[in-house]
Design a protein around this ligand. Sequence first.
Ligand SMILES: CC(C)(COP(=O)(O)OP(=O)(O)OC[C@H]1O[C@@H](n2cnc3c(N)ncnc32)[C@H](O)[C@@H]1OP(=O)(O)O)[C@@H](O)C(=O)NCCC(=O)NCCS
Length: 337
Amino acid sequence: MTAKIKPSQGSPYARILGVGGYRPTRVVGNDEILKHIDSSDEWIRSRSGIATRHWAGPEETVAMMSVEASGKAIAAAGIDPAQIDAVIVSTVSHFKQTPAIATEIADRVGAGKPAAFDISAGCAGFGYGLTLAKGLIVEGSAEYALVIGVERLSDLTDLEDRATAFLFGDGAGAVVVGPAQEPAIGPTVWGSEGDKAEAIKQTESWEIYRGRTDVSDVRYPAITQEGQAVFRWAVFEMAKVAQEALDRAGVRADDLDVFIPHQANMRIIDSMVKTLGLPEHVTVARDVATTGNTSAASIPLAMERLLATGQAKSGDTALVIGFGAGLAYAATVVTLP
Ligand SMILES: CC(C)(COP(=O)(O)OP(=O)(O)OC[C@H]1O[C@@H](n2cnc3c(N)ncnc32)[C@H](O)[C@@H]1OP(=O)(O)O)[C@@H](O)C(=O)NCCC(=O)NCCS
């Protein structure tokens, strides 16, 4: 006889309860980037919108930045860290395959014995993590989940590559997701286009180190990209994904308060705002100017800054969309914590 399995009991809905961020103390201006590439401050600002970014020092590890951001998110959520049942860390710049850095972070934030794992979804990583967290809470495997996007992309930057040297930054953003009595995280529109995966990639795999004792002639694997192809894809395809997320959430552009797109390039952000026809009253995150592209950390960092500076407020309706390596993407509409 087949035994009857009880269904799991989750919360009807989930919401973001608190957000926190950590930016490394060292601010790197375009002047420092220009020591290595033939370019100009004017070119970098006009083509990317980036004026400064933060680069981590030796002490500002992936774990340290995550713990700092998480502590603030947990405090903002007003929960005891021991209530966290799941820790999801999205990163491409933690260099150990195992154990998951999520386990160390979970321990250091005082989360007890939660499920803890890392995901790799590049710049879509925050949206992927948020979607997983919502699923766990609604399905009943977690009551509270900590979602962290964290990167030390300076470790993966080729300072001599004109196409990328100025783009990347480091930092961590974290949110606590918990139960809700009404919808506060909309349906996620997500996916990947593996046929274009080569458009953003590491120059080498870690395989280059296999069996070698002297690696002095080996170039450290860096992130490289086909800038124009990625730009076109982001501008044309991601606006459609963002619109679909609005449609599926039943939210019109007019009803939106805030737009938090992945912070990759100011021109991509401007183009999406135009294509989506966002009205003037919508606050647009433009954190890329002083944070650069921090991949999985970019959306929670931008969210935290908008709330901290009063440009957005708790309860606002925000469209978030991340996109990048893979080429993976994820968009959803959320109520801000
Ligand atoms: C990287 C990016 C800013 C480059 O801007 P772009 O306008 O596409 O630049 P292009 O590569 O077409 O180059 C345009 C010109 O600038 C020059 N150029 C390239 N890099 C330069 C630099 N760092 N400084 C000065 N000139 C540069 C090129 O040589 C080219 O000159 P030419 O017209 O004489 O041939 C842009 O492609 C981009 O932002 N792409 C998407 C990046 C992104 O979001 N990636 C992450 C997604 S998660």
